[in-house]
Design a protein around this ligand. Structure first.
Ligand code: PLA
Length: 459
């Protein structure tokens, strides 16, 4: 603020003529600035302050934004000084010691990159060619006909979020009358993404709190009821936040109704390999739809499965019915990307290209991913045991075991989630989601006590 005042003083001397009433509250502000900052010595800042107060900020109409429902939880966690605090908000993998984890294969790839002395020149708008090749192969399978026939338009994106956002901009430009369908509930940012891209959306039923499972009939009915040609957003695996995925038979039926309605499937794949521990098993839904001949969109992210959260590396893939259409779609995605961010960052793309493109590193990655997925399964099991042993009410906690991926959707409502934070210093999103990737075996008992207390003692 002081420097902003200084700027006004130096760059707009004509403002100084404004007189200041002797008892104005702004006198004090001026005096504080005068004493607080040596740069202001010898100048009459009472007048400058008055100037600032009279010339109300151009940004006066900007209201305070609410904290982000997910990333805001980490901000609140950081300022809590209690030793017991636990951050189960954001889906970020931690070790058993609750420390961030950089995969060994990532360190190896970075070492290679350093040895090669690679440059920092701009990437093409569509990103690193070697990355785009391996990422599409990882998703669809290298021998998939859509790859062989050059029918996939792949663009490197700013991780999953940026890739979804680019696709949403594409939908808005080329399908201005189309609507997006998103699951209820879904990852909170999906709504923001479609809102900002001005793509209208509505929800389809997904979660049934009575069965703590999938509301399959509701889902199918809502997809059926949507206007023909809607974009149906589907979580490829490990649905966030519920951890509930359709079975293979249910996927087939979802594909039937999407086909019948001429909808366009739009997959969000943020957890490939992280749900089951197997990259191929977690690509099942996408590959099924491709096999059935759909044209579709898939956003990919390497934040979780390669632990590259801050590198912002992912991709958007558009599977087209001809290579010609693919080439045109790609050209338009590039056209959208250029004024948004020009071209994507190179570091994460090189890491992925080195790991996925090298058979030895690729195998090591698969092992590390199994290890991460395995650790999450272990805490899931331990949490379930602690909950069932400690809770004497007879409540069935087995849903914890049925859910897959990073999260558990506890069923705790907002007031109960607030209680978890206020009393127990356990940070989680207000929809009752906890990230098991941020939990250790040794903290399971404490978490179980907190959940039982919040569930039974808060209305
Ligand atoms: N799609 C889904 C379903 C996600 O859960 C997330 C991340 C993303 C896309 C985007 O991740 P990326 O941009 O880092 O690739 N969800 C996190 C983090 C893990 C977040 O909210 O940004 C979550 O805690 O839900």
């Amino acid at each position: 603020m002081a420097s902003a005042l200084a700027l006004v003083a130096l760059s707009a001397p004509f403002f100084r003529a404004v007189p200041l009433p002797e008892n104005s509250m702004f006198q004090r502000i001026g005096a504080e600035k005068k004493h607080g900052n040596p740069l202001f010595k010898g100048k009459d800042f009472r007048r400058v302050s008055m100037t600032v107060s009279v010339n109300v900020s151009r940004f006066e109409g900007v209201t305070m934004a609410p904290p982000d429902p997910i990333l805001g939880v980490s901000e609140a966690f950081r300022v809590d000084t209690n030793d017991l605090k636990l951050n189960l908000g954001v889906g970020a993998y931690r070790t058993e010691e609750l420390q961030p984890y950089v995969l060994n294969v990532v360190k190896k790839a970075e070492k290679l990159m350093l040895e090669r002395g690679e440059n920092k020149e701009y990437l093409p708008i569509e990103g690193l060619a070697a990355f785009n090749k391996v990422t599409a192969e990882l998703l669809f399978g290298a021998d998939n006909s859509v790859i062989q026939e050059g029918r996939v338009a792949t663009i490197q994106g700013l991780s999953g979020t940026g890739s979804l956002r680019l696709a949403a901009a594409f939908i808005q430009r080329y399908f201005p009358d189309a609507k997006a369908l998103i699951s209820s509930p879904t990852w909170g940012n999906h709504k923001n993404i479609f809102n900002d891209a001005r793509v209208p959306w509505s929800e389809y039923r997904y979660y049934d709190p009575r069965t703590v499972g999938l509301d399959f009939d509701g889902m199918v009915a809502d997809i059926k009821a949507a206007p023909d040609g809607s974009f149906v957003l589907l979580h490829g695996c490990a649905h966030n936040p519920t951890g509930i995925d359709p079975t293979p038979e249910q996927w087939e039926k979802i594909a039937d109704v999407i086909q019948e309605k001429n909808h366009i499937p739009f997959f969000d794949v943020a957890y490939q390999g992280f749900a089951s521990g197997s990259l191929d098993a977690d690509a099942y839904s996408v590959r099924l739809f491709v096999k059935r001949g759909f044209e579709l969109l898939v956003a990919q992210s390497y934040s979780k499965n390669l632990g590259l959260y801050a590198e912002r590396i992912g991709a958007i893939n558009v599977v087209c019915s001809s290579s010609d259409a693919g080439t045109r779609v790609k050209s338009q995605l590039k056209r959208l990307a250029r004024p948004m961010y020009s071209n994507p960052p190179v570091h994460g793309a090189r890491i992925v290209a080195n790991v996925v493109g090298d058979p030895i590193l690729f195998n090591e990655w698969k092992q590390e991913m199994e290890l991460m997925a395995g650790r999450i399964k272990n805490v899931r099991q331990r949490l379930y045991e602690n909950l069932s042993q400690k809770d004497k009410s007879g409540k069935d906690w087995s849903f914890v075991l049925k859910q897959i991926g990073m999260f558990s959707y506890t069923g705790l409502h907002k007031a109960q989630s607030d209680h978890m934070t206020d009393k127990w210093h356990i940070y989680m999103t207000k929809d009752g989601r906890i990230s098991l990737a941020g939990l250790s075996l040794s903290k399971c008992e404490y978490l179980a006590d907190a959940i039982i207390d919040s569930f039974h003692n808060v209305d």
